[in-house]
Write a protein that binds this ligand. Structure first.
Ligand code: SF4
Length: 340
């Protein structure tokens, strides 16, 4: 490990301003410590869009590096230490099923109702492109509310994908009801004509296993163990968990809750465990505990050794590319988010 960290520092010294290392909050601590910039997916996409570095190294999962590629300039290159680090939730919505869903919804919604799709940034580039061409936009957990409000000014029926729970929690917050669930494995999403005609929001049945793992019983157990604690959770959790928590918000919100907690306070955090444990070590004067141990194995694929290898050789197999015909539509959807 020490060897890997020394190799990373030496390579970065040599590369200077030519390289920038972006690290997502869910990366393991030793990788986060090597990041020039650490943030959630929204912060990292904005940073990638503004960066002048020739080589952008993305320590995160594949859809994030794709978004950086789409927003970067043509002369910049985007790499991942392990390009196999994907996101199972992003893979729950593919391009073909998304096109089919939009076409079936248009037929079912009836004349005069305009459908605006909103895709979570945790989606593949071809899905973002379809959404961009259909007049929709991308959102992150930090701006999902704003994105749905924007979409509601452009159309009558909002189609949120691929995370059922971020979509449902956000619609509940905004009072956008009723919410219907689209099952991509059933004809017409498993919905009746009436359900589509009356829905305000339709959510794709995808989910993040890291966050749907949490249950209301875990919140109860945390309260029993730490009676004065504050429980905060990520909006990819199920609505029954959000309902019993003290607060719910994006990764940046969870970080802020910990930063702003007083000395001696206990904060129980329902999100990816690497972030929670890192926050606990950064704030030793307060008690920061995971709601339970839930790790994202995909984020965990990136190791200091793989980062060192990449910075030393920039193996072309680790470069992230996006087909030209996908870039324009996906950029449209991402740019609408950045303009919010
Ligand atoms: S934490 Fe969940 S949504 Fe994020 S990358 Fe892992 S599987 Fe995907």
């Amino acid at each position: 490990m020490t060897n890997a960290l020394e190799r990373i520092r030496a390579a970065k010294r040599e590369l200077g301003q030519d390289v920038v290392v972006l690290a997502h909050h869910y990366q393991r601590k030793e990788v986060v410590e090597q990041g020039d910039f650490v943030g959630d997916s929204y912060q990292l996409s904005s940073y990638a869009a503004a960066s002048d570095a020739q080589k952008i190294v993305f320590c995160g999962v594949h859809f994030m590096a794709e978004a950086a590629r789409i927003l970067a300039r043509p002369n910049q290159k985007v790499y991942m230490p392990d390009p196999r680090a994907g996101c199972p939730m992003a893979d729950m919505a593919d391009a073909r099923d998304t096109v089919t869903a939009l076409s079936q919804l248009r037929q079912m919604a009836g004349k005069g109702r305009k459908i605006i799709p909103v895709t979570y940034v945790n989606s593949n580039a071809d899905v973002k492109a379809i959404v961009g061409h259909a007049g929709g936009l991308v959102c992150t957990s930090a701006n999902a509310g704003k994105a749905l409000e924007w979409a509601a000014t452009k159309g009558d029926l909002l189609f949120f994908l691929p995370d059922e729970f971020l979509g449902t929690n956000t619609a509940n917050d905004l009072g956008y009801q009723p919410v219907a669930r689209w099952n991509p494995h059933e004809a017409n999403g498993g919905l009746t004509l009436k359900e589509v005609e009356t829905a305000k929001v339709i959510v794709w049945q995808g989910y993040c296993h890291v966050h749907t793992y949490f249950t209301p019983a875990m919140v109860e157990a945390a309260r029993a163990k730490y009676p004065d604690c504050k429980v905060v959770v990520h909006p990819e959790c199920k609505p029954d968990v959000v309902e019993v928590a003290d607060g719910c918000g994006s990764t940046s919100y969870l970080v802020r809750e910990v930063e702003e907690a007083g000395s001696g306070q206990t904060v129980v955090v329902g999100t990816e465990v690497n972030l929670v444990l890192r926050l606990a070590s950064e704030f030793p004067d307060r008690k920061i505990v995971p709601l339970d141990y839930s790790l994202c194995p995909n984020m965990y694929r990136t190791t200091p050794d793989k980062l060192a290898d990449l910075l030393e050789r920039f193996d072309p197999a680790r470069e992230i590319t996006v087909p030209e015909d996908v870039v324009a539509g996906a950029r449209l959807a991402l740019q609408r988010m950045l303009d919010l």
